[in-house]
Design a binder for this molecule. Structure first.
Ligand SMILES: [Zn+2]
Length: 350
């Protein structure tokens, strides 16, 4: 295909998305907080990049206020060992400390890393930890070779392959004992298949990753592996496990929120699954050149694509097929145009 044709097609796509509404801008995704500002007076800057809130004496929110998606990772400490839940946005300043180094400032217990999921904005410092504890899923087991698990660019939405040493594999529903502190480990697919949520029943705290968060413009169910039917089943499960006093801690936006937000997500997912949701097509600031399908109720936005439901279609193979068909169609149109111009040229020249 000629370069000029590619340029025309690409600019055509960009132009087309310009026709779609852009309902969330980066500046208004954090609720009342501005990028770079602290979400609460309880959170304190500890250097030029990180701010830390001691939720209690053994639980710390490690926030990156200057990151574009206002990320928060968590340090969850027991009497024998500690968990770091997520490994940084990947936007930290050159020379700033890694997530592991920050966590070690608050505990002398051995630290295990758990990733809420494998997206690029949660895994940056993962390789600095001694090992990662993974959820037991068949596709994860097959990606472990000689004790090393590799996250591929399709999973991380990044350009790099990342190899991480595996410390352990834990099954969905199992309990992790940190010594005097227990965490229920849940595999809650929806945002991605491997999404993990940790629940400290005794303290009534849920660490939710990207399964659910407030602000940041909405819940994302348009990533590879997103599945709305699974999302609904997972939200129902989490609702059943928790109670009205449970405190939730998300990975983006203002970290802390109540269970009412989960109740709302659950009921809205229910409408989507029953085919009662009304959609609009809008662009999203994270992927601005594509029109996404959004369902909105008040402050809650759920972004999807028609490919997500049924989830079978939303696979790399389907995208490959769609890509190939599009390229073939464009080449075919180009051939027809070329042939028509040549025929007209001949007639004019006669
Ligand atoms: Zn994510």
């Amino acid at each position: 295909m000629r370069p000029w044709l590619v340029i025309i097609l690409v600019s055509g796509c960009f132009g087309l998305t310009g026709c779609f509404e852009r309902i969330v801008e980066p500046v208004d995704v954090f609720g009342n907080v501005k990028q770079g500002a602290l979400y609460s007076s309880a959170s304190k800057m500890i250097d030029d990049w990180y701010a830390v809130e001691a939720i209690d004496t053994q639980t710390f929110a490690i926030n990156e206020p200057k990151s574009s998606q206002y990320n928060t990772s968590y340090l969850i400490v027991g009497d024998a060992r500690a968990i770091v839940f997520d490994a940084g946005s990947g936007e930290r300043l050159p020379g700033s400390r890694s997530m592991r180094e920050v966590a070690e400032q608050y505990t002398d217990k051995p630290i295990t890393l758990i990733l809420s999921h494998f997206h690029y904005d949660h895994i940056y410092d993962a390789a600095t930890f001694d090992g990662i504890t993974l959820i037991d899923r068949p596709e994860i087991r097959t990606s472990i070779k000689n004790g090393v698990f590799t996250i591929d660019p399709w999973e991380s939405l990044d350009s790099e392959w990342r190899s991480l040493k595996v410390a352990a594999i834990i099954a969905d529903g199992n309990v992790m004992d940190l010594g005097g502190r227990k965490l229920d480990v849940l595999n809650l697919p929806g945002h991605t298949t491997e999404s993990m949520v940790l629940f400290d029943r005794a303290r009534n705290q849920v660490f939710a990753g990207d399964f659910i968060y407030r602000h940041l413009g909405g819940i994302i169910a348009f990533a590879p592996g997103s599945d709305l039917v699974a999302y609904k089943a997972s939200s129902k499960r989490l609702l059943q496990l928790t109670n009205p006093d449970t405190l939730f801690f998300g990975a983006h936006g203002i970290p802390r929120f109540g269970r009412d937000w989960l109740t709302l997500l659950d009921s809205e997912l229910d409408k989507i699954i029953r085919g009662e949701a009304e959609y609009r097509y809008v662009t999203h600031y994270l992927a601005p050149v594509i029109p996404w399908r959004v369902y909105q109720n008040g402050e809650l936005y759920i972004y999807t694509t028609p490919l997500v439901d049924p989830p079978l279609l939303w696979s790399k193979w389907m995208l490959l097929v769609l890509g190939t068909v599009s390229v073939l169609a464009c080449s075919f149109l180009h051939l027809i145009a070329h042939w028509s111009f040549a025929t007209i040229g001949k007639k004019v020249g006669r």
